[in-house]
Design a protein around this ligand. Sequence first.
Ligand SMILES: [Zn+2]
Ligand SMILES: [Zn+2]
Length: 158
Amino acid sequence: MPKITKTAACNCGQVQVSVTGDDKEAVHCYCTNCQRATGSAFAHNHRFIDAELTITKGEDVLKQYADANTDSGNVMYRHFCGNCVRFQNGGVQTDKGCPMFLRSNVVPSFVALHEGSIRGEKTQPVIELYPQDKHAWFGKVTAGERKTTPFPWDPDAK
Ligand SMILES: [Zn+2]
Ligand SMILES: [Zn+2]
């Protein structure tokens, strides 16, 4: 499996992360928690091994929400910048900025960078999770069928 490097940053630039490691590919997740967490129709998550992730800037700015009320019952630790949306919403402090990455209690070795905050080339998803929650207008986004284990995937699988 090829080692790749990805860097990601939020809108204000105070939080930056870098990962060099095995490319575990990107997925779309349509679960309603991901929709709320991203403010969008899906989360576009690029999966890596957590040990390969480095917070290169803004560890003190980074915030975490333990999202326990999920359909799977898993706790998703949603990491986001605590600064960048602070001055939107008419100047009201929301303390909720760009989603950066997420972890899970089920697979501690797992981390997924949100594709939207990744700099440079974007990666097409290989699988779609929670298709039952996918918006009806949304077409097919994967390039053919893949036999990839959905989350939680086996980190030792090649
Ligand atoms: Zn989800
Ligand atoms: Zn920010």
